[in-house]
Design a protein around this ligand. Sequence first.
Ligand code: GLV
Length: 312
Amino acid sequence: MVISFYSASDNDSDLLEALHRQLASTSVTHIIEPWSDNTDPASVVYSISWGAPDNFFNGMKNLRAALSLGAGVDHLTSNPGLPADVPIIRLSDAGMGDKIAEYVLYAALQGHRQFDLYRKQQQQQLWQPLADIDAANYRVGIMGLGVIGTIIADRLHHSGYQVSGWKRSTVECAYPLFAGDTELGAFLKDLDLLVAVLPLTDQTHGLIDKRIFAQLPAGARFVNVGRGKQVNESDLLAALDSGQLTAAVLDVCETEPLPDSHPFWTHDAITLTPHVAGPTQIAQSAQQIAESIQLIESGKWPAGLVNRSDGY
Ligand code: GLV
């Protein structure tokens, strides 16, 4: 059987080599090959991809599952060529959680130790201590308490922060948990830092807008390590410009790469990175993907199976 591989990234060959190695250690008889015009789509039984073009799935009528090279699967759910009944498998942590947790920890430290405000004071040659804030009193709310959200929550908790979470529905959780639309206001109202780590679905598209920012305490901060399309960017700029938000740390934007003329580039309250908070970890991802294919071949579903009606 053929496994078709597509990744628009710079480390394609390393990823492919790791997948070759990991799949060779399973009992799955296969050929894995980069997708090309020469691929017979009907021979493809699994796809492993990130950001594939709209015609990638054309003719893949024997596809047993589409595996994502990332935790997010919006690049698959939005691909018009992928039939609605093909199971999607996302990466479940695979080393990304720790990376993203480090990123969010930086943002929490920047907020609670006010490094960005001190930087501005330095530019003005202002020697002016600001009020000291204890980590134990710094309230961080994680919006999207899934696998990665929980790793972020644990890292922040171990660093002394006061952590809470919000999720669509309630689950067992080590932190104060708010669930659904009805508890969103109660979740937001006491936060110093809102961390968004949501999957992109019909429900979360455009979810983070002026209504969300207005429910945060004045002067709160915002970090987005989920997807840019969840944020109304004009509302974010307005909240920063009015002082309702002090700062934002953004790893994702509505349009990536960020267009040259976009105001985020030069906004002094925005720290911007080019979608690098949680890069795919090659060895762990290849191992998890090979294990997932082996599991599916033995008639079971891996932990990363996406609920297609929820979209994540
Ligand atoms: C990155 O954004 C991912 O979904 O893994």
